[in-house]
Ligand binder design. Structure first.
Ligand code: FAD
Length: 385
């Protein structure tokens, strides 16, 4: 077993860290004060990331990306994840990052030209519309949106919600039910009959384009089908397995930064005659965060290593998704506790992290659903622990 990073990855990590410290983190306070400028700020940061040769780490070189392995990507996205602005600054934030992987794997040449190239260049944004109010959610089989054949195309009818990035997106990847089964469609934002009815008010505020609710009563041509008709669930899983892992990579960075902030405060602040860092109760909290983040990182690296070997990671991605989302939530919670009232303020980003990371235990499969899948696989496939 070799956990050392090669020199190239180590150097890249240093460059991403420098980018965060010099360009990204200094913009956080401004972004927090003017959330309406989030998109503009991240666009400026993208230009800087391009200048520094850090843009698009997850895509192959022929698309302008860095052509990294999954393991190297784990290192880069954790570093970028230390700021909520970091991943988008590299054009490697959800949902675009997962959508790019899916388009790269499944789209035909014409679709790649029309959708993938501008997305990879950071010229447009996209949305992934699967979840529905009282329809597809934790259980995707409840999918209600339909796609009925009409001539050579389809009529889409349904309502989607929590489509991240919907406001300002150029297109959506929409899951709908055809006679042959669930199917993915590429739907342009300008398609008549596609309406963004609202941006849902939520506890988190830092996703560019918010979380939208869409109504679809629209016609699309057969060229809108992504991949093959009837294979929508298969492709959604193809997107979600690595997408769950990249979420873990990014959020791990938040857990690390939160713990760094808590440590810095504990070393400075005094209470009852000594520094907080000298109180065992505080040491225990820091120790728990270190242990859990370390275990989380090892789970992510292991799953990434399997992906690099061309292996499926369904089981590992589920385990990582549960563990990392819960560990990072706990680490952020402890950091808020250690920093007291300052942690509740927005003078440091901990209270923002606290709000932003909570949904991670719900999206891309709630913890309970992943736990049930892990348990079922373990029991009925006779997996060794
Ligand atoms: C911030 C955010 C961003 C999102 N972005 C997107 C997006 O871009 N595109 C998209 O399509 N969707 C998106 N979603 C939706 C997300 O994927 C769903 O919220 C998730 O799949 C759960 O579905 P639901 O909310 O309908 O929960 P429900 O299906 O109503 O489930 C509610 C709760 O019930 C429990 N539960 C459900 N099933 C089980 C079970 N089998 N065993 C035990 N407990 C269970 C869980 O605790 C679960 O949290 C986003 C959600 C959030 C919060």
């Amino acid at each position: 077993m070799d956990f050392s990073l090669d020199r190239e990855t180590e150097a890249l990590r240093e460059r991403v860290r420098a980018f965060l410290e010099e360009a990204v983190i200094p913009r956080e306070a401004e972004a927090a004060r003017h959330l309406d400028r989030l998109e503009a700020i991240t666009q400026e940061l993208q230009a800087e990331a391009k200048r520094r040769g850090l843009f698009l780490p997850h895509m192959p070189k022929e698309l302008g990306g860095l052509g990294l392995s999954w393991t190297a990507l784990a290192v880069v996205l954790e570093e970028a994840g230390r700021s909520l602005l970091g991943p988008r600054a590299l054009n490697a934030a959800a949902p675009d990052e997962g959508n790019m992987h899916l388009l790269h794997k499944v789209a035909n040449e014409a679709q790649k030209r029309k959708y993938l190239l501008p997305l990879a260049a950071g010229e447009v944004r996209s949305g992934f519309a699967m979840t529905e109010p009282m329809g597809a959610g934790a259980d995707p089989n409840l999918l209600k949106t339909t796609a009925e054949r009409k001539g050579r195309g389809f009529v889409l009818r349904g309502r989607k919600w929590f489509t991240t990035g919907a406001e300002g997106a150029a297109f959506f990847i929409v899951l709908a039910r055809t006679e042959e089964g669930p199917t993915l469609f590429l739907v342009d934002r300008e398609t008549p009959g596609l309406r963004l009815v609202r941006t849902i008010p939520t506890m988190d505020h830092w996703s560019v384009g918010g979380h939208g609710e869409l109504v679809l009563e629209c016609e699309v041509g057969e060229e809108a089908v992504l991949g093959e008709v009837g294979k929508g669930f298969l492709y959604a899983e193809l997107r979600l397995d690595p997408a769950r892992l990249t979420h873990c990579m990014r959020w791990l960075g938040v857990g690390v930064r939160a713990t760094e902030l808590a440590q810095a405060y504990a070393l400075k602040r005094e209470s009852f005659g000594k520094r907080l860092a000298e109180h065992q109760g505080v040491q225990f909290m820091i120790a728990d965060s270190h242990m859990e983040l370390h275990a989380a990182r090892l789970m992510v690296w292991h799953a990434a290593w399997k992906l690099d070997r061309g292996e499926r990671i369904r089981h590992e991605a589920s385990m990582a998704k549960i563990f990392v989302s819960e560990a990072v939530n706990r680490a952020v919670d402890r950091a808020v506790q250690i920093t007291g009232a300052l942690g509740i303020s927005e003078d440091i980003p901990l209270s923002i992290f606290y709000r932003e990371v909570r949904p991670f235990r719900i999206y891309d499969g709630p913890s309970e659903v992943h736990r049930a899948s892990v348990g079922k696989r373990a029991l009925f496939k006779g997996l060794r622990p």
